[in-house]
Design a protein around this ligand. Structure first.
Ligand code: OAD
Ligand code: ZN
Length: 277
């Protein structure tokens, strides 16, 4: 990390401006969770291979609810076995340092940020959380933790009849759905903190973008808003991506080409050296 960037980070820490971290699947890659667009994301039903873009849709859920549940319970299994890595831990420490100047916006549904210590109050899980479900008939906007007896699945393991009864709304008995945003759905405030996220973006002085390919709408709006009001944007990724271009096209943009498990702890150390935050 160059001296210029270190100085910027120190000056920022001593200011009273707001700090936002925006994360994508890359931050959990080193915890063993495949990124969304990796080859591991494919799923077979019968002889057909589905991509997440086909499987993770409301339309697929209405045609084949238990196949979709099966895919989510398989992913839940992987998430459950994973542990937060040093990148997640550093982000949780950053929240402790910056307190109410801090917001985490994550596209990850794996819950690892919360397990690492970020609070649900300061974390917007803008694509939901795989460990929760909600009523498909929307009799309530409440989200429910997955029932304890609903186990994670191996890749081709079907739900048992008993498990099919568990994915039911505790209020009205209708089928439930995973609490995640699907490709054929749009963001909203109730479930995905849409307006709150944009509001935070509008007041962000420093944005760290970590491990995302920048393919989804709301993260792009966040980055564009910060770019527009000339906040500092730092893109952390193992590869160049559309966010890199955006960061570097601003006067105060940086690209750190490192794994998040290395870059985030380094940034945390710089923040820790600052007093009078
Ligand atoms: P992607 O799988 O599209 O991108 C993962 C990014 O992480 C890539 O840019 C990788 O280069 C980068 N990466 C991989 N390992 C890394 C590491 N160790 N450190 C840093 N970066 C690393 O995942 P997302 O951008 O999160 O949405 O995908 C965004 C959304 O698209 C997902 O939340 C999902 C999907 O459609 C919905 O389901 C609505
Ligand atoms: Zn219901």
């Amino acid at each position: 990390m160059g001296k210029d960037l270190k100085d910027k980070l120190k000056n920022f820490a001593r200011s009273n401006e707001n700090f936002t971290v925006l994360t994508g699947a890359g931050v959990s890659a080193e915890s063993g969770i495949p990124t969304f667009r990796g080859a591991e994301g494919y799923w077979t039903i019968g002889s057909r291979e589905y991509q997440p873009q086909e499987m993770a849709t409301y339309s697929m859920f209405t045609q084949n609810p238990y196949e979709v549940w099966k895919w989510y319970l398989y992913r839940k299994n992987i998430c459950e076995k994973a542990d937060p890595n040093s990148g997640h831990v550093a982000v949780a420490e950053m929240e402790k340092l910056f307190k109410n100047r801090f917001t985490l916006i994550t596209q990850n549904v794996d819950g690892l940020h919360i397990r690492a210590g970020n609070t649900t109050e300061r974390t917007f899980q803008i694509h939901g959380n795989i460990f929760f479900m909600r009523c498909v008939n929307e009799c309530t906007s409440k989200i429910f933790p997955l029932p304890e007896h609903l186990c994670g699945k191996e890749k081709d393991e079907d739900l048992t009849e008993e498990e099919k009864c568990l994915v039911r709304c505790p209020y009205c008995g209708s089928l439930t759905r995973p609490h995640v945003l699907w490709f054929d759905e749009t963001y909203n405030e109730t479930h995905y903190s849409y307006q709150s996220t944009l509001e935070v973006a509008g007041k962000t002085g420093l944005l760290l973008i970590v491990g995302t390919s920048g393919a989804t709408n709301l993260p792009n709006q966040v980055a564009t808003a910060v770019h527009h009001h000339k906040g500092i944007i730092i893109d952390i990724n193992v590869e160049h991506n559309p966010c890199t271009q955006l960061a570097l096209s601003g006067e105060k943009g940086y690209f750190i080409q490192q794994p998040s498990s290395t870059a985030l702890p380094s940034i945390l150390e710089i923040f820790k050296t600052c007093e009078n935050r």
